[in-house]
Ligand binder design. Structure first.
Ligand code: S3P
Length: 187
């Protein structure tokens, strides 16, 4: 059965012969904001993993972590990733921890292309502001230290991306432009 997703363009064709572009990076690196804008400007479909998982589960990411635990959430990410193998041409924003399982990443790449929005944990934390309360892994006494720890654990995996955009240095508009260039260039 063809899977259904609630994307930015419901009902639009998601051509399976064209690869997905997948934005990766820490929480607060701008994956969803950038992805949504890039997709809108390129006339492509955007999917935010966390929103899709929340819709399917009927509860927030924090609720899922609290009631079913992180392993259950990671299994939902895996299931969604498998379904996305059947479609293509989307701009995807998985949560920051999606990169940690190479088998999950390997479901979409190749042919999908990964773009890493690189920011330092301190910058990511500032950009998240009060929205960090929506991230269960950061709703801890010292979210700054937690984000540092996640960054150290994940940075090598993030750096395996096909492209790196310095989202620390550039303005949001410039990051969007860079990602648009990369997303529309041939592999
Ligand atoms: C997570 C990041 C979150 C969300 C969940 C776990 C992580 O997504 O998937 O809270 O492990 O870094 P964002 O990167 O969009 O905050």
């Amino acid at each position: 059965m063809t899977p259904t997703f609630r994307t930015s363009r419901p009902g639009s064709a998601a051509d399976p012969s064209r690869p997905h572009v997948i934005l990766v990076g820490l929480p607060g690196s701008g994956k969803s904001t950038v992805g949504r804008q890039v997709a809108a400007q390129l006339g492509r479909t955007f999917l935010d993993f966390d929103l899709e998982i929340e819709r399917r589960e009927g509860k927030s990411i924090s609720g899922i972590f609290a009631e079913q635990g992180e392993a259950y959430f990671r299994a939902r990410e895996l299931a969604l990733t498998k379904e996305l193998q059947q479609v293509g041409n989307m701009i995807l924003a998985p949560g920051g921890g999606w990169i940690t399982n190479p088998d999950v990443v390997g479901l979409l790449r190749p042919p999908g292309r990964l773009i890493y929005l690189r920011v330092q944990p301190g910058t990511a934390l500032t950009r998240l502001g009060t929205r960090r309360a929506l991230r269960p892994l950061l709703s801890r006494p010292d979210p700054g230290a937690e984000l540092e720890r996640l960054y150290e654990q994940r940075r090598a995996a993030y750096e395996t991306a096909d492209h790196v955009v310095n989202a620390e240095l550039y303005s949001l508009q410039r990051v969007i432009e860079k990602v648009m260039e990369l997303a529309s260039s041939p592999a």
